[in-house]
Design a protein around this ligand. Structure first.
Ligand SMILES: [Cu+2]
Length: 193
Protein backbone atom coordinates (compact mmCIF):
# COMPACT_ATOMS: atom_id res chain seq x y z
CA UNK A 1 0.00 0.00 0.00
CA UNK A 2 2.72 2.43 1.09
CA UNK A 3 4.98 1.48 -1.83
CA UNK A 4 2.11 1.98 -4.28
CA UNK A 5 1.37 5.43 -2.90
CA UNK A 6 5.05 6.35 -3.22
CA UNK A 7 5.05 5.16 -6.82
CA UNK A 8 2.05 7.37 -7.63
CA UNK A 9 3.69 10.30 -5.87
CA UNK A 10 6.88 9.78 -7.83
CA UNK A 11 4.95 9.65 -11.10
CA UNK A 12 3.04 12.84 -10.41
CA UNK A 13 6.23 14.49 -9.15
CA UNK A 14 7.86 13.69 -12.47
CA UNK A 15 4.94 14.97 -14.52
CA UNK A 16 3.91 18.13 -12.69
CA UNK A 17 6.80 20.31 -13.95
CA UNK A 18 5.88 19.22 -17.46
CA UNK A 19 2.21 19.97 -16.76
CA UNK A 20 3.04 23.42 -15.38
CA UNK A 21 5.26 24.15 -18.38
CA UNK A 22 2.49 23.03 -20.73
CA UNK A 23 -0.21 25.14 -19.09
CA UNK A 24 2.21 28.08 -18.99
CA UNK A 25 2.87 27.69 -22.74
CA UNK A 26 -0.87 27.38 -23.42
CA UNK A 27 -1.69 30.55 -21.48
CA UNK A 28 1.18 32.41 -23.17
CA UNK A 29 -0.12 31.32 -26.56
CA UNK A 30 -3.59 32.47 -25.57
CA UNK A 31 -2.30 35.88 -24.52
CA UNK A 32 -0.23 36.22 -27.69
CA UNK A 33 -3.25 35.33 -29.83
CA UNK A 34 -5.45 37.86 -28.01
CA UNK A 35 -2.72 40.47 -28.55
CA UNK A 36 -2.50 39.61 -32.24
CA UNK A 37 -6.28 39.85 -32.70
CA UNK A 38 -6.33 43.22 -30.88
CA UNK A 39 -3.48 44.53 -33.03
CA UNK A 40 -5.17 43.38 -36.25
CA UNK A 41 -8.44 45.04 -35.20
CA UNK A 42 -6.52 48.23 -34.42
CA UNK A 43 -4.85 48.23 -37.85
CA UNK A 44 -8.11 47.53 -39.68
CA UNK A 45 -9.87 50.34 -37.78
CA UNK A 46 -6.93 52.64 -38.42
CA UNK A 47 -7.12 51.93 -42.15
CA UNK A 48 -10.72 53.16 -42.40
CA UNK A 49 -10.68 56.45 -40.48
CA UNK A 50 -13.68 57.91 -42.34
CA UNK A 51 -16.07 55.44 -40.71
CA UNK A 52 -15.09 56.15 -37.13
CA UNK A 53 -13.27 59.48 -36.92
CA UNK A 54 -13.85 63.07 -37.88
CA UNK A 55 -13.30 63.67 -41.59
CA UNK A 56 -12.71 66.95 -43.35
CA UNK A 57 -15.82 68.08 -45.27
CA UNK A 58 -14.75 71.47 -46.64
CA UNK A 59 -12.28 74.31 -46.13
CA UNK A 60 -12.22 78.05 -46.74
CA UNK A 61 -10.20 78.73 -48.80
CA UNK A 62 -11.15 75.55 -50.65
CA UNK A 63 -8.61 72.95 -51.72
CA UNK A 64 -6.87 73.99 -54.94
CA UNK A 65 -8.60 77.38 -55.35
CA UNK A 66 -6.90 80.50 -56.75
CA UNK A 67 -7.16 83.70 -54.74
CA UNK A 68 -6.16 87.26 -55.63
CA UNK A 69 -4.75 87.85 -52.14
CA UNK A 70 -3.79 85.58 -49.26
CA UNK A 71 -6.63 84.86 -46.78
CA UNK A 72 -6.78 86.56 -43.38
CA UNK A 73 -8.98 83.83 -41.91
CA UNK A 74 -9.29 80.09 -42.54
CA UNK A 75 -12.16 77.74 -41.72
CA UNK A 76 -12.19 73.93 -41.70
CA UNK A 77 -15.47 72.04 -41.54
CA UNK A 78 -15.60 68.41 -40.30
CA UNK A 79 -18.37 65.79 -40.34
CA UNK A 80 -18.47 65.38 -36.56
CA UNK A 81 -17.74 67.29 -33.36
CA UNK A 82 -14.10 67.80 -32.44
CA UNK A 83 -12.26 67.91 -29.16
CA UNK A 84 -9.49 70.39 -28.35
CA UNK A 85 -6.76 71.15 -29.21
CA UNK A 86 -6.72 71.77 -32.97
CA UNK A 87 -3.72 72.87 -34.98
CA UNK A 88 -3.59 74.66 -38.32
CA UNK A 89 -0.29 75.47 -39.98
CA UNK A 90 -0.11 77.58 -43.13
CA UNK A 91 3.08 77.45 -45.16
CA UNK A 92 3.91 80.20 -47.65
CA UNK A 93 5.29 79.51 -51.17
CA UNK A 94 8.85 80.11 -49.92
CA UNK A 95 8.46 77.47 -47.21
CA UNK A 96 8.10 79.95 -44.36
CA UNK A 97 5.31 79.58 -41.84
CA UNK A 98 2.50 82.14 -41.98
CA UNK A 99 1.58 83.35 -38.50
CA UNK A 100 -1.91 82.43 -37.31
CA UNK A 101 -3.95 83.58 -34.36
CA UNK A 102 -5.48 81.19 -31.83
CA UNK A 103 -6.93 78.10 -33.50
CA UNK A 104 -10.47 77.49 -32.24
CA UNK A 105 -12.30 74.16 -32.44
CA UNK A 106 -16.01 74.67 -31.83
CA UNK A 107 -18.40 71.84 -32.67
CA UNK A 108 -17.50 70.66 -36.16
CA UNK A 109 -15.71 73.86 -37.13
CA UNK A 110 -12.10 74.97 -36.77
CA UNK A 111 -11.27 78.63 -37.36
CA UNK A 112 -8.09 80.67 -37.21
CA UNK A 113 -7.14 84.21 -38.12
CA UNK A 114 -4.15 84.52 -40.42
CA UNK A 115 -1.64 87.36 -40.65
CA UNK A 116 -1.53 88.96 -44.12
CA UNK A 117 1.05 87.38 -46.42
CA UNK A 118 2.23 89.07 -49.63
CA UNK A 119 3.82 86.18 -51.49
CA UNK A 120 2.59 84.90 -54.83
CA UNK A 121 2.34 81.15 -55.35
CA UNK A 122 1.06 77.99 -53.71
CA UNK A 123 0.30 77.93 -50.00
CA UNK A 124 -0.28 74.74 -48.04
CA UNK A 125 -2.58 74.43 -45.08
CA UNK A 126 -2.12 71.41 -42.81
CA UNK A 127 -4.30 70.54 -39.86
CA UNK A 128 -4.31 68.20 -36.90
CA UNK A 129 -7.52 67.82 -34.93
CA UNK A 130 -8.84 65.38 -32.34
CA UNK A 131 -12.01 63.37 -33.01
CA UNK A 132 -14.63 63.23 -30.28
CA UNK A 133 -13.48 59.64 -29.58
CA UNK A 134 -9.94 60.90 -28.93
CA UNK A 135 -8.35 59.80 -32.20
CA UNK A 136 -6.16 62.37 -33.95
CA UNK A 137 -6.92 63.21 -37.57
CA UNK A 138 -4.48 65.10 -39.78
CA UNK A 139 -4.35 66.21 -43.38
CA UNK A 140 -3.83 69.18 -45.61
CA UNK A 141 -4.99 71.31 -48.53
CA UNK A 142 -3.37 73.85 -50.83
CA UNK A 143 -4.43 77.12 -52.42
CA UNK A 144 -2.82 79.54 -54.86
CA UNK A 145 -2.41 83.29 -54.47
CA UNK A 146 -2.11 85.08 -57.81
CA UNK A 147 -0.66 88.44 -56.72
CA UNK A 148 2.24 89.54 -54.55
CA UNK A 149 5.98 89.07 -54.46
CA UNK A 150 7.35 86.21 -56.52
CA UNK A 151 9.56 83.71 -54.68
CA UNK A 152 11.27 80.51 -55.68
CA UNK A 153 8.83 77.77 -54.72
CA UNK A 154 9.67 75.07 -52.20
CA UNK A 155 8.36 71.55 -52.72
CA UNK A 156 5.64 70.92 -50.12
CA UNK A 157 6.54 68.34 -47.48
CA UNK A 158 5.21 64.91 -48.35
CA UNK A 159 2.44 63.48 -46.22
CA UNK A 160 3.46 60.69 -43.88
CA UNK A 161 2.52 57.33 -45.37
CA UNK A 162 0.23 54.84 -43.62
CA UNK A 163 3.25 52.63 -42.92
CA UNK A 164 5.20 55.49 -41.35
CA UNK A 165 2.30 56.52 -39.12
CA UNK A 166 1.66 52.95 -37.92
CA UNK A 167 5.28 51.83 -37.70
CA UNK A 168 4.96 51.00 -33.99
CA UNK A 169 1.78 48.96 -34.46
CA UNK A 170 3.18 47.07 -37.46
CA UNK A 171 6.38 46.21 -35.57
CA UNK A 172 4.32 45.13 -32.53
CA UNK A 173 2.13 42.92 -34.73
CA UNK A 174 5.18 41.36 -36.34
CA UNK A 175 6.78 40.69 -32.93
CA UNK A 176 3.52 39.13 -31.67
CA UNK A 177 3.35 36.91 -34.79
CA UNK A 178 6.94 35.77 -34.20
CA UNK A 179 6.10 34.93 -30.56
CA UNK A 180 2.98 32.98 -31.61
CA UNK A 181 4.85 30.98 -34.25
CA UNK A 182 7.65 30.27 -31.76
CA UNK A 183 5.20 29.07 -29.12
CA UNK A 184 3.36 26.88 -31.63
CA UNK A 185 6.59 25.22 -32.74
CA UNK A 186 8.03 24.85 -29.24
CA UNK A 187 5.92 21.83 -28.08
CA UNK A 188 6.59 20.06 -31.41
CA UNK A 189 10.34 20.38 -30.82
CA UNK A 190 9.96 18.90 -27.29
CA UNK A 191 8.08 15.88 -28.65
CA UNK A 192 10.96 15.03 -31.02
CA UNK A 193 13.53 14.96 -28.19
CU1 LIG B 1 -11.69 57.07 -33.77
Amino acid sequence: MVARTNEVDALSARSWPVRILRSFATSLMGMALIGLVALSACLVLGATPASAHAALVSTDPGDGVRLKTAPTKVTLEFNEDLASPAYVVITAPDGSRVKTGTVNALGKTVTATVEPADLKGTYSMSYRVVSDDGHPVAGGTTFDVTSGRTVSPVAPAEQESFTQRHQGLLLGGFAAAVVVVGLLLWPLRRRHE
